[in-house]
Design a protein around this ligand. Structure first.
Ligand code: SF4
Length: 443
């Protein structure tokens, strides 16, 4: 253990700030002026996303809090050592053999890496795992896969080969010295960084090596695929071709019936505030997904996640989301209403009303009724929702959307529809259409 690893992360200190340190607006100043709180957040996020951040200080009640920089990302040997510890892979004995739904999902899964460079505004992963990816060696991953294969209840299916974002394995900048000076909170937003090496070949090699084990019938990628990362054009044609191959193999061989992906919204303004890519990329990915399914004779579903009441989202954005997802034949069933989560950009906007990077005011739906008016658009297709939605659309002067949602002549009205589960939590409990069909038959 290095001496750096013994440093406390955050504590009251009697020292004084150094000349290169950052001193934030005091806690008391932030209480009386929320814009200062928003400005503070920018420093905290930028420093925690740097390879070597600065020390940060804040005065609270006349005392100084010192925040030491994040630890550097783990090297391969370090992350391997942490995964190679003799874990039992079973729940704590205090559960006394009870079924734990979350455990059922992960018991045959293997984590490939830590960290995420997506920088989504509502997500805390980069705040606690960092922006730089620490990847396990292939040997360490295969050792764990073999252990899973030896489990008594293993039937040949690896339920997830993943990570915080499933396809960031072994990725980072071409020129690491540029990354070490970088302050961008996301390597993908507003546009993929030209220094980012998005080559998926090492990840494909892991998938193929796992699938080649005689005990493994199939390995799945449960969720968290960043399709924008796999589809981002690279300077190298070889990498572009590997990445197309990755997308095809993912759809063809690693989806357990439903692939969960996260466009999160359809409005470009909201997506920009979320630090997510344009919705056009989701349309493109969906068309690839549909084509590969047709070519391979598969009947798999794509499950898009969406969020309502995110900062910058107005009711009309949700109304348009309903019409757009209807046109794509989705019936959203389980969706997520924005919930503030500490240490995220979205939560700072929610609390302060300002965007920490621009200083501009940003609207967020906060009251129960504002949030409900947004959420209702996910369920436009439920008979009991129709009257309220039509009333709301008239108030918004968007009667055109009433026609789009309810007109009998709509070309999509009679098509068979996909049933979609939207929220991370909800998707876990969501039933597939096949499961629901089976239940109906039984009754
Ligand atoms: S890849 Fe680009 S955005 Fe990401 S850390 Fe490196 S320089 Fe910064």
């Amino acid at each position: 253990m290095t001496s750096r690893m013994c440093l406390r992360q955050l504590f009251f200190s009697t020292e004084t700030p150094g000349k290169d340190d950052i001193v934030l607006h005091s806690f008391e100043e932030c209480l009386s002026n929320k814009k200062l709180q928003a400005l503070n957040f920018r420093h905290v996020e930028e420093e925690s996303n740097k390879y070597a951040g600065k020390v940060i200080w804040q005065s609270v009640g006349g005392r100084l809090i010192k925040i030491n920089p994040m630890y550097p990302p783990m090297r391969e040997g370090e992350i391997d050592a942490s995964f190679d510890l003799p874990y039992t892979r079973v729940p704590h004995p205090r559960y006394k053999g009870k079924t734990i739904p979350a455990y059922e999902m992960i018991r045959h899964s293997v984590n490939l890496h830590r960290g995420c460079f997506g920088g989504c505004a509502f997500c805390t992963i980069s705040a606690h795992q960092g922006k730089f990816i620490s990847s396990r060696s292939k040997e360490s991953i295969m050792k764990e896969v073999r252990k899973v294969c030896e489990m008594d209840d293993f039937k040949g299916y690896i339920s997830d080969l993943g990570g915080p974002s499933a396809n960031m394995y072994a990725m980072g900048g071409y020129d690491r010295s540029i990354c070490e000076r970088c302050v961008r909170p996301s390597c993908l937003h507003p546009k993929p960084c030209p220094n980012l090496n998005n080559d998926h070949s090492k990840l494909l090699d892991i998938y193929r090596s796992v699938d080649s084990l005689p005990e493994v019938k199939k390995s799945f990628i449960g969720s968290g695929v960043r399709y924008d990362l796999a589809m981002a054009p690279n300077k190298s044609e070889k990498t572009n071709s590997v990445n197309s191959r990755y997308v095809k193999e993912l759809i063809q061989s690693h989806v357990s019936g439903r692939l969960k992906v996260a466009p999160e919204h359809t409005s470009e303004v909201v997506l920009n505030c979320m630090r997510k890519p344009t919705f056009a990329l989701f349309r493109k990915f969906k068309s690839i997904f549909d084509r590969v399914n047709r070519e391979c004779g598969l009947r798999q579903q794509i499950i898009p996640y969406f969020i309502s009441s995110h900062p910058a989202c107005h009711e009309v954005d949700m109304a348009e989301l309903a019409a757009i997802t209807k046109d794509l034949d989705f019936h959203l069933e389980q969706v997520q209403d924005f919930t503030p989560t500490p240490m995220t950009l979205a939560t700072e906007i929610y609390y302060t009303g300002f965007h920490p990077y621009t200083g501009e005011k940003v609207y967020t739906a906060k009251t129960e009724s504002e949030k409900q008016r947004q959420r209702q658009f996910f369920f436009w297709y439920k008979p009991e929702a129709r009257a309220g939605i039509e009333r709301e659309l008239r108030l918004l002067h968007r009667s055109d959307l009433i026609d789009r949602l309810y007109s009998r002549s709509n070309k999509n009205e009679d098509r068979s529809r996909q049933t979609s589960a939207g929220s991370r939590a909800g998707a876990v409990s969501g039933k597939t259409r096949e499961e629901k069909g089976r239940k109906r038959k039984k009754r």
